[in-house]
Design a protein around this ligand. Structure first.
Ligand SMILES: C[S@@+](CC[C@H](N)C(=O)[O-])C[C@H]1O[C@@H](n2cnc3c(N)ncnc32)[C@H](O)[C@@H]1O
Length: 284
């Protein structure tokens, strides 16, 4: 498909301008999200036309006009072609996700990581997802593992509304519990010492929220899945840099732990990486 897209673009865009075109784009349900630069924005209709021709199921092409921003991690979007809409249903790992990509965070690029975590969950486990968005990790865990309960917190009311709808359409009532509010407050008030596994899929805040992830874990300990962004020059190892940062913080909180796994989830920019750490916390 990518080859066809490049061929269509090379028929419509002068070859000296082709290197300015981002050759990756996200597909969320029947919406494609492209990125435009100053140099490529004049070709927005040509790019959208090529995508609509290659992916017959796509109804809308939107352009992301700035970085993901704010507490809710949203992206600014502009309609380029097709239907004027930002809500769609995305299919991933056999689950359906109803999402408004303008009002809620959603990234199809995390699909491998979501399934990796679901496969680690043991029968009867209680999971706390501190930053759940529209419920992707939580619902994939509920459908692909034998978890007992997944408490699924988000501070964005629109994300929680979509999460509730996704619990309904994926029939995971009684397994996934959407909770609206700040993860700090919800854990302090309602989820102390309940979980065998805690997910922290918000790199911007995960370090600050470590004390609450520890508080949500049972006294017997368990697993924390920690996410961070890290910059690393050629000779540096981004995983080791994140391990060092997380280790310092956890030691300052007197936790006993090991970090048996660190991995690069994806590249997020030149020399920038999203890193996942699987942290095993021993009994307190
Ligand atoms: C990067 S998104 C992760 C979404 C989700 N895990 C996924 O895979 O799609 C982070 C989410 O954390 C939420 N958030 C930000 N601050 C929060 C807080 N203090 N407590 C709970 N949720 C928060 C945002 O609204 C956003 O939906």
């Amino acid at each position: 498909m990518k080859r066809r897209l490049r061929k269509i673009l090379s028929d419509n865009i002068p070859c000296e301008d082709l290197p300015n075109i981002h050759n990756s784009y996200d597909v969320v349900g029947d919406i494609a999200v492209i990125r435009l630069t100053k140099a490529s924005s004049k070709y927005n209709q040509a790019i959208a036309g090529a995508i609509l021709e290659v992916h017959k199921s796509i109804k809308t092409v939107l352009a992301q006009t700035g970085p993901v921003h704010g507490a809710f991690r949203l992206r600014r979007l502009e309609q380029v072609a097709g239907e004027n809409k930002t809500t769609t249903i995305h299919k991933e790992s056999g689950c359906l996700f109803n999402v408004d990509i303008e009002k809620c965070y959603f990234s199809p690029r995390l699909f491998h990581e979501r399934m990796r975590i679901a496969k680690l969950v043991k029968t009867g486990e209680v999971v706390v997802n501190m930053f759940a968005g529209v419920g992707c990790f939580s619902i994939i865990i509920a459908t692909c593992s034998h978890a007992k309960k997944v408490y699924s917190i988000d501070v964005n009311p629109a994300a929680v509304r979509h999460m509730q709808e996704n619990v309904r359409i994926n029939r995971v009532y009684g397994k996934v519990f959407p909770m609206f509010g700040d993860a700090k407050e919800i854990i302090e008030k309602k989820l102390r010492r309940v979980a065998g596994r805690v997910l922290m899929p918000l790199p911007e805040k995960a370090l600050e929220y470590f004390p609450y992830a520890l508080l949500a874990l049972k006294e017997a300990g368990g697993w924390i899945h920690y996410y961070d962004f890290e910059h690393a020059r050629k000779k540096e190892n981004p995983i080791e840099k994140v391990k060092l940062k997380a280790t310092k913080k956890l030691e300052s909180l007197n936790a006993k732990f090991e970090i048996p796994l660190g991995r690069v989830v994806r590249k997020t920019g030149p020399n920038w990486h999203q890193i996942a750490l699987d942290i095993n916390v021993r009994p307190t």
